[in-house]
Design a binder for this molecule. Sequence first.
Ligand SMILES: NC(=O)c1ccc[n+]([C@@H]2O[C@H](COP(=O)([O-])OP(=O)(O)OC[C@H]3O[C@@H](n4cnc5c(N)ncnc54)[C@H](O)[C@@H]3O)[C@@H](O)[C@H]2O)c1
Length: 352
Amino acid sequence: MRNYKIAVIPGDGIGNEVVPAGQRVLEAAARRGGFTLDWAHFDWSCERFAKTGAMMPADGIDQLRPFDAIYLGAVGFPGVPDHISLWGLLIPIRRSFDQYINLRPVKLLKGVDSPLKGREPGSIDFYVVRENVEGEYSSIGGRINVGTEGESVLQQSVFTKIGCDRVMRYAFELAATRKKHVTSATKSNGIIHSMPYWDERFAAISAEYPGFKTDQFHIDILTAHFVRNPDWFDVVVGSNLFGDILSDLGPAVVGSIGIAPGGNINPERIYPSMFEPVHGSAPDIAGKGIANPIGQIWSGAMMLHHLGEEAAALEIEAAIEAVLASRDSLTRDLGGTASTTELTGAILGALG
Ligand SMILES: NC(=O)c1ccc[n+]([C@@H]2O[C@H](COP(=O)([O-])OP(=O)(O)OC[C@H]3O[C@@H](n4cnc5c(N)ncnc54)[C@H](O)[C@@H]3O)[C@@H](O)[C@H]2O)c1
């Protein structure tokens, strides 16, 4: 029987509520699909940081390396600065495992109200592909003359040919399975070194894919188009910073942030990829049992897709769509009154 070893990091806040919900649904899908999932639990979190001074042990990356995938909730909690949880856990995992793709589907589903007026289910359906390991999120830089009038800070961006080309090729390969349309997010009018280079690489990679529609927009007007014309897009590719912004804005225009999934992917499968919802640890609702588990469950479906369990992934997605469309058992963020457990139960029921 096919077996997958999954490292589970629930993290903080609602991560501890939605991750077990996701595991229940994945277990059910695995039983139906004739494969097994072996879960290993890691308590790496801001809580651990508060006790030990580290988000994860010094050999944390080595501990994760043998797994087939990582299933993450969310990290971050009041009292621990967000750069600690990001640079102490998420970024080391993304970079050590060369998870250079951050992939987020943006799909308006039946039963979910978009904050945009007059949008029909199915009319918004695209992917944001974010470069996930270089670009603007670099640790190169520093401060000088600290505490004086001359205090200065420098923050460098890093754009490599390999880094640009591989994320763009991934976007084109994804578009090849869809409408063959790739949009690039740029800002080459204002950022005069890295962004013209990004455009140059986009033109070069576009030339490898004849027959594809391509376009590019500056990030400022692109965010406006996400709101005004979200039906224009099929696959949108952006640098680490621009992709980060777009991959939150996209899910926001199709309804609750609580349903949006994401994957940090090493396409060559040399290292484990990591799947996590778009939302954070939501300290404002943590412990109340009302968090929407769909983002976590859908991230699990993306994980199964990555592991090659396509049928099980599609079954979970269909169950999510059926429960949303029925509008029974929805959590408060979607206008219902159900608890995390009740919504999870409805998805399990829809799985059959
Ligand atoms: N990848 C991650 O681990 C990740 C991502 C984003 C934020 N964070 C961290 O999470 C903490 C809180 O961040 P934030 O408040 O900006 O973002 P958040 O996503 O945690 O919450 C934003 C709002 O959305 C609501 N919400 C989020 N997920 C929900 C769900 N599943 N069901 C119902 N409502 C939901 C919250 O209640 C809150 O009102 C911070 O420490 C931040 O750094 C972590």
